[in-house]
Design a binder for this molecule. Structure first.
Ligand code: DC
Length: 214
């Protein structure tokens, strides 16, 4: 069984996907973490975001996997925390717009999910990665609520930010993710839309589990 959960930044996808996977006892794959890991690797290797040749070379030897705690590893290092910094967040939209990066990530995502029941979350799961997914959901939430959620995430890892800064960062990422040529963020025609603005975490998980159990 493949469950696709797509939606814009900080809409509640990750929490929902994680909770749904736990409730159903199946794998949770955070594809955004993979684009973040590639972004981190490119930054740490001092590769310019326009240097397609070096990026292609970097991708040839890349090794990404998730451990039993669902922490992401890049080339032998646990990067679960490092991928959440503001530096990675502000560059990830540009990196994830590169077709060469997307092709590689989609291959890895299909490989990881090929013999599993899996909840995959991202931007293009229901449209590109698994267009025949058994269930497709598109999660949305009001901009300010999304920024407040991100602020809490940052506080947890000790990063300083402000609501105004985060609102403009999320708006910017929405624009970049939706307007890129390669697999833009768009709701699949057959996806069920869920607005999490006024829902608790438990309610948003329950909504999806209920639909699946039906
Ligand atoms: O879900 P997130 O904020 O961690 O995602 C980070 C970035 O990765 C986001 O700006 C869009 C990109 N992304 C993507 O292009 N395709 C996916 N399937 C998942 C994420």
């Amino acid at each position: 069984m493949i469950i696709a959960i797509d939606g814009p930044s900080a809409s509640g996808k990750s929490t929902t996907a994680k909770g749904v996977a736990e409730r159903l006892g199946i794998t949770h794959l955070d594809t955004g973490a993979m684009y973040r890991a590639v972004t981190l690797g490119i930054i740490e290797s001092n590769i310019g975001l326009n240097d397609n040749e070096s990026i292609s070379e970097f991708l040839k030897n890349i090794e990404i996997h998730f451990d039993s705690l669902n922490d992401i590893w890049l080339n032998g290092h646990n990067v679960a925390e490092k991928i959440r910094t503001t530096e990675v967040s502000s560059n990830v939209s540009a990196v994830s717009a590169l077709p060469v990066v997307r092709q590689k990530m989609v291959l890895i995502q299909r490989f990881i999910a090929k013999d599993k029941h899996c909840v995959l979350e991202g931007r293009d799961i229901g449209t590109v990665v698994f267009p025949n997914a058994d269930y497709k959901f598109f999660i949305v939430a009001d901009l300010e609520i999304r920024a407040k959620r991100r602020l809490l995430d940052f506080e947890k890892i000790g990063e300083i930010s402000s609501l105004t800064e985060l609102i403009s960062d999320i708006e910017n990422r929405d624009r970049l993710d939706s307007s890129r040529d390669a697999s833009p963020l768009v709701q699949a025609k057959d996806a069920i839309s869920i607005d999490t603005s006024k829902l608790t975490i438990d309610e948003q998980i329950e909504k999806i589990v209920e639909i699946i159990n039906k």
